[in-house]
Design a protein around this ligand. Structure first.
Ligand code: CS2
Ligand code: MG
Length: 403
C-alpha cells in the first residue's frame, strides 16, 4: 500500500473539476475531488507544490496519520483551499482502502443504516408560476423534496433564479464575475407567497426547502423564519452569513423553522457554537470541502449529540467523485437528513463513470469496492480548464452585498 504516484486531472466538461488520483505500488488507485468552484487552480497549486510530493513513499493505509500530517503539519490550519486539498487526499485514500478490502466504502464506515438516500431537487423559476411548473415536473420524476426559488418582482437578475424557463443557474459561466442586484425588502415581501403557492397547489405531503444564500441580517432572517412557519419548511438554508455563529440565537428565539447551514464551512470549529447552542438543524459541509470523510464524520458525530442531521451540499460544482463518496456516507451515517441533488450534465457522467443509481427521488449506493466513481483520463483531457467566476451581488444603491 505504498504510494508511488499522485497527480491531478483538471477538466472542464461544461464546468471545471479538479480530480486527484493516488496510485499505490500494487496498482490499486484512489480518486478524490479537489474542486473549489471559482478558485480551482488555488487548490491545484496547493496540492502540486506542497502536498503531493510529501505523499510519495507513504503508506496509503494510514489515513488518519496522513490527515493529521497535512492538517497539523502544515502549521496553517483550516480554510477552504487547505481543507479541499486535504479532502481530496482523504477521499482518494478511503477509496484505496475500500478497494483493497474488496468492499464498498459504506461497509468500512459501519454498514448500511438505510436502503436509500432521500434527495431534494432544484425547482427554480423566473416567477412563482414558472417555479410551480418545475415542482410539478420534479414530483413526476419521483422527488418528494423540492428546493424552491423564484424571481422577485423588481429585481432584474438574482443568483439562484434562471433567466429563462428550464435554464440552469449553475455553472457560473462568465469568465469574470458578473453583477446581480439585490433588494432585501422586495425579497422579504415576496418569498412567503412562493411557499404559500407551493402548499396550495401540492399539499402537505412534500418537503419544501429554500436557500437564502446568506443575504439577510439576523433580525430579517428571524422575521422570515417566523413568517413562513405555517408552510412547514423542511429547512431554511443559509439565512445569514455565519461568521458570527451567535447570530443564529436571535433567529432561533423567534421561530421553529428548521435551519440549515454550512456549505461554505470547512471545519468542525465553524459549527461548535451552532451545535452546542442547539441553534441549527442540518449541517451542509460536503466531504470535498470539509477535509474528507475523516473530518466530516467527526462533525456528523458532534451534530448527532444535538439531534442535528446531515444535508450535504450537492450542487453541480461538487463532482461525481464527491457525490459518489457522499452517497456511501449518507447510506451509513446514523443522523442522515437529506442529500442535495442537482444532476450533472450527461457529459460529466461520461467523464466520471459511477455505480450509484437514482431511483424515484432517491440515490441507491453501489456495491463496487471503493466509492464507485472513476475518471476517464483520456476523455477528461479533451476538455481543458476554462476560467469561470461566480457572480457578485450589489444592493440597488451599488453597495456590494453577500452572495
Ligand atoms: C447553492 C450552490 O446548492 C446550493 O445550495 O448554494 O449553488 C452554491 O451557490 C454553489 O455550489 C457555489 O459553488
Ligand atoms: Mg446553498
Amino acid at each position: 500500500m505504498i504510494i508511488s504516484d499522485a497527480y491531478l486531472i483538471v477538466t472542464s466538461p461544461g464546468r471545471n473539476f479538479v480530480t486527484l488520483k493516488i496510485v499505490t505500488e500494487s496498482g490499486v488507485y484512489g480518486i478524490g475531488d479537489a474542486t473549489l468552484n471559482g478558485r480551482e487552480l488555488a487548490v491545484v497549486a496547493y496540492l502540486e507544490e506542497h502536498v503531493l510530493p510529501t505523499l510519495i513513499g507513504r503508506d496509503a493505509s494510514r489515513i488518519e496519520d496522513i490527515w493529521h500530517f497535512l492538517y497539523r503539519g502544515a502549521y496553517w490550519r483550516r480554510g477552504p483551499v487547505t481543507m479541499s486539498a486535504i479532502a481530496a487526499v482523504d477521499l482518494a485514500l478511503w477509496d484505496i482502502k475500500a478497494k483493497a478490502a474488496g468492499m464498498p466504502l459504506y461497509q468500512l464506515l459501519g454498514g448500511k443504516s438505510r436502503e436509500r438516500v432521500m434527495t431534494y431537487a432544484h425547482c427554480t423559476g423566473k416567477d412563482i408560476d414558472a417555479c410551480l411548473s418545475e415542482v410539478e415536473k420534479h414530483l413526476k420524476l419521483g422527488y418528494r423534496a423540492v428546493r424552491v426559488q423564484a424571481g422577485v418582482p423588481g429585481i432584474p437578475t438574482t443568483y439562484g433564479v434562471t433567466k429563462k424557463d428550464g435554464e440552469r443557474y449553475e455553472p457560473a459561466d462568465a469568465e469574470l464575475p458578473s453583477e446581480n442586484v439585490w433588494s432585501t425588502e422586495k425579497y422579504l415581501n415576496h418569498v412567503p407567497k412562493l411557499f404559500a403557492a407551493v402548499r396550495d397547489q401540492f399539499g402537505d405531503d412534500i418537503h419544501i426547502l429554500h436557500d437564502v444564500h446568506h443575504r439577510l441580517t439576523p433580525i430579517e432572517a428571524a422575521r422570515l423564519a417566523k413568517e413562513v412557519e405555517p408552510y412547514h419548511l423542511f429547512w431554511l438554508e443559509d439565512c445569514v452569513p455565519a461568521e458570527n455563529q451567535e447570530s443564529f440565537r436571535l433567529i432561533r428565539q423567534h421561530s421553529t423553522t428548521p435551519l440549515a447551514v454550512g456549505e461554505v464551512f470547512n471545519s468542525i470549529h465553524d459549527y461548535r457554537e451552532l451545535l452546542e447552542g442547539q441553534l441549527i438543524d442540518y449541517i451542509r459541509t460536503p466531504l470535498s470541502h470539509g477535509g474528507g470523510i475523516t473530518h466530516v464524520r467527526r462533525i456528523a458525530d458532534l451534530a448527532s449529540l444535538y439531534h442535528v442531521r446531515t444535508g450535504f451540499h450537492g450542487a453541480t460544482d461538487l463532482s461525481p467523485v464527491c457525490l459518489g463518496a457522499a452517497i456511501h456516507f449518507d447510506t451509513w451515517v446514523p443522523n442522515f437528513g437529506i442529500q442535495e441533488h442537482m444532476p450533472h450534465e450527461a457529459i460529466v457522467d461520461t467523464v466520471f463513470s459511477h455505480d450509484y443509481q437514482f431511483v424515484d427521488g432517491h440515490f441507491i449506493v453501489g456495491e463496487t469496492p471503493g466509492h464507485g466513481v472513476d475518471i476517464d483520463e483520456a476523455l477528461a483531457k479533451q476538455y481543458p480548464y476554462k476560467r469561470a467566476s461566480l457572480p457578485v451581488n450589489r444592493l440597488e444603491d451599488g453597495t456590494l452585498w453577500h452572495w
